[in-house]
Ligand binder design. Sequence first.
Ligand code: MN
Ligand code: MN
Length: 307
Amino acid sequence: MALALNEDEMEKYLAAGEIARKVKKESRKWVREGVSLLDLCEKIESRIVELGGSPAFPCNICVDEIAAHFTPPPGFTGSIPQEGLVKIDFGVHVDGYIVDTAFTIPLSPRDREMVEVAEECLLKVSGILKAGIKISQIGEIVEKFANSKGFKVIRNLTGHQVDRFNLHTGFSIPNVRIFSTEKFRKDMVVAIEPFITIADGSGEVGESEEAYIYRFKYLSMNYTGEFGSLVKKIHNSFKTLPFCERWIMSQFREVGRDFLKKVLENYRKNLMLYPVLIEKNGKKVAQAEDTFLVLEDSAINLTSGEV
Ligand code: MN
Ligand code: MN
């Protein structure tokens, strides 16, 4: 991993961040009861492209107790429910330099406080983030604040370090107190993402049977079987970034509906699946996420702030 960012790399992170901020600001207004999740997802992804970026992973729209990793599959007909708690999580990359951000819209006033607590946790973290502080301080701050407000942190969802074409790399950044001597270093790019639930929540997510997001595990692999050349094209296009069936269908017109199923069977050991993650007690979950560039004595929030 690069030790220091050069000017070109820095510019690309800043450009990705600016696109993310614009899309975030616009898409907040698109979250309303009855809106199709598929349309909303595609609108967000197209907006990223229109602004000069690329989606770093399929836009996730997770409602209520669904905490993470849901993206609508092709033909999905679900829409935003009445009083839904809607989490939108998307990523932008410019030449592989990724930012990752998320926000939650509560359509019921009853969920407003949970969302505010998640956002406040993120603000508190951004206030102390700089080179030299311990990773463990993040969880300490988040857990303490969420508990003080009567909420619970999802302990098995964490923030993460980001690198070129690599969404989750290096260490993870827990939202609860842990023992770790690991420290943030200058020029690290990190996504901080507290997930909060109510006191009756289990504070953990479990994997569902469904998975709609995939990624290739390695940058190089052998392409075998009848789909070899097509899989090679797909691999070259997404590299090791997450992708979904919608993207394959729209970018590679020659594939049929059962294509992905066959690829999954043939290339299972080369692919990672992201199962949909659900709060174990079925309680609603709120999330806030920003990506930061760590500096010597502060951190730049790449995905937040006024545009
Ligand atoms: Mn995210
Ligand atoms: Mn993330």
